[in-house]
Design a protein around this ligand. Structure first.
Ligand code: IDP
Ligand code: MG
Length: 158
């Protein structure tokens, strides 16, 4: 039983998610949060803040050589962002492709965004980047540890 629980915990993937300034200004906070909530993503941390340009540059450091880097960092720091950590076994499929023109309908970007520079949401690319992004955006004491009672209805074997 304990082994089952450990296996279950090991498979839960941490994801850093941020609703970018365009999503906040367009009044899409509840819409976006509800999609993760309805799918069964566990909410571990959440806050609203205006990131500085320097902070945005840190967040997007791996894109620093791309031509859109300055505009992207200026945009991310242009207004409030809602930052979250969520856990699930579903990866980033809800978010959709980076370019909303290529995102499937049914995904957040496919349904709610139109151009790549205003794609309303950030989601970490995988477990390693999630770890780095969560460490950048949250202090350890901002992460809440709790047992989600919904999990036994969302997943098998726990
Ligand atoms: P992701 O957000 O889907 O993980 P990344 O490649 O990590 O995509 O790029 C980060 C962000 O940079 C994108 O969400 C988008 O806002 C922006 N971006 C990516 N490619 C372009 C581009 O070709 N033009 C303008 N902005 C871009
Ligand atoms: Mg990315």
């Amino acid at each position: 039983m304990v082994q089952d629980q450990e296996a279950h915990a090991a498979q839960m993937e941490r994801t850093f998610i941020a609703i970018k300034p365009d999503g906040v200004q367009r009044g899409l906070i509840a819409e976006i949060i509800s999609r993760f909530e309805h799918k069964g993503f566990k909410l571990v941390a959440i806050k609203i803040l205006v990131p500085s340009k320097e902070f945005a540059q840190k967040h997007y450091h791996d894109l620093k050589d791309r031509p859109f880097f300055n505009g992207l960092c200026a945009f991310l720091s242009s207004g409030p962002v809602v930052a979250m950590e969520r856990e699930s076994k579903y990866g980033r499929k809800l978010i959709g492709a980076t370019d909303p023109q290529k995102s499937e309908p049914g995904t957040i970007r496919g349904d709610l965004a139109v151009v790549v520079g205003r794609n309303i949401i950030q989601g970490s690319d995988g477990p390693e980047t999630a770890k780095d992004e969560i460490n950048l955006w949250f202090k350890p004491q901002e992460l809440v540890s709790y047992k989600s009672n919904a999990e036994k209805w969302i997943y098998e074997g726990n």
